[in-house]
Design a protein around this ligand. Structure first.
Ligand SMILES: [Zn+2]
Length: 394
């Protein structure tokens, strides 16, 4: 039997190395006895040190517990230390998970289908979405049980005895089953490390609630010191936001809503204003093209328009004035965006577009004499040359 099944508190012990197997860039040690918890049942493995050499992984292989270290200790009998902050955090988180699942089950008949116990946040997947007030009630019930400092005990039962225990879920293992009982609150089959009194869990809080596949609802939770850490993370985020919005923390939702609506108003005003400027630009460009009256006008709008949308807006505005064939383009970094208005028949335009695609790698298209193209900027002189040649044969 694993020693931590009955004693989850021993964090320093002496053991003898039974086997040292080279693995990856280090060694996996098998000890004659170990209180280290291997990754299993959703609980993270312990960390710590063996003769001062850091233990970075603990895992099960064929029923044995292996401790991964970067090199084999020189002694055969070694001093082992478990990182207690990590282990105790895992115990709090694991015990809190049992109680939270029990609360949803008992109060609202909502079952926990699966759970995860990370090294910071944990989560449970529930069979249906609880309401916000149900979540608060479940969390309240768990924290009451924590305050009552109820004992948590461990039982072992074989398959014949198992029916004597009122388990929340049927066990996943055959043979002897380890049962963790929170007095008067929960009875679960589990091989993990737990606290022995509910008060040690400290507190349980929940976080994000999200729908996950299989029509389940995932609720994030934090226990003990991790709950305090989470609280200060959220407080710091709220303080940053309240500084930015010059508002008290309680007024944040209102201040954020006001800021968003001001932004939307400004966006709309800006859009109307830039459309007016673009329309004036269209007038000016159309007049210039009309005065020059060449076969084809080529205008670089890189400094006059800010985006491909504005380029297209200017080109279609000028095209509506029927001034003749023109090219408007804009170069951004190494890409050229081009809008093309061609006074030629559709068949010739199709030939031209095919040529631009195959020879210059241009992408895009259009119809009725109006086309949008994108290509590598260094192809620009060649593209303009091809378009002019196509027009002169029209
Ligand atoms: Zn457990």
């Amino acid at each position: 039997m694993r020693p931590y099944y009955l004693d989850p508190y021993t964090r320093e012990f002496t053991a003898r190395i039974v086997e040292a197997v080279p693995k990856d860039s280090g060694v996996a040690l098998l000890l004659d006895e170990s209180y280290f918890y291997p990754t299993s049942g959703g609980q993270e493995h312990d960390e710590g040190a063996i003769d001062g050499i850091p233990v970075t992984d603990v895992y099960e292989d064929n029923g044995q517990v292996y401790h991964f270290v970067e090199r084999k200790p020189s002694n055969e009998v070694v001093a082992c230390t478990i990182d207690w902050t990590r282990r105790f955090g895992n115990m709090q988180q694991h015990t809190g998970q049992h109680m939270l699942s029990a609360a949803f089950d008992t109060l609202f008949d909502v079952q926990t289908v699966s759970s995860r116990l990370g090294d910071y946040a944990g989560s449970i997947d529930l069979s249906r979405t609880p309401t916000e007030s149900e979540i608060q009630e479940a969390v309240g019930a768990v924290n009451s049980v924590i305050e009552e400092d109820r004992p948590i005990s461990v039982h072992f039962a074989d398959q014949n005895d198992i029916t004597k225990f009122n388990l929340r879920k049927p066990p996943k293992v055959d043979g002897t089953v380890r049962i963790v009982e929170v007095k008067g609150f929960d009875m679960s089959a589990c091989g993990g490390t737990h606290c022995t009194h509910t008060s040690e869990v400290g507190t349980v809080i929940t976080g994000n609630v999200e729908r996950v596949k299989g029509a389940l609802t995932r609720i994030e939770f934090y226990c003990g010191g991790r709950a305090r850490r989470r609280y200060y993370e959220l407080l710091s985020a709220a303080r940053d936001a309240s500084r930015l919005l010059s508002s008290g923390i309680n007024d944040l939702p209102l201040a954020a809503a006001r800021a968003v609506s001001q932004l939307q108003e400004r966006d709309a005003r800006l859009k109307a204003l830039s459309e007016r400027i673009l329309e004036q630009l269209c007038e000016k460009l159309a007049a210039e093209i009309g005065r020059a009256n060449p076969e084809m006008t080529v205008t670089d709008l890189s400094t006059l328009v800010q985006s491909t949308e504005e380029l297209k807006f200017a080109a279609s505005g000028v095209a509506r004035k029927h001034v003749g064939s023109f090219i408007f383009y804009r170069v951004e970094q190494s890409t050229c965006f081009m809008n093309l208005n061609l006074q030629s028949d559709e068949g010739r335009a199709t030939l031209l577009l095919n040529e631009l695609r195959s020879v210059f790698g241009a992408k895009g298209g259009g119809r009725n004499g109006f086309y949008s193209l994108t290509f590598v900027a260094e192809q620009l002189p060649g593209v303009i040359e091809s378009i002019k040649r196509s027009l002169s044969h029209a």
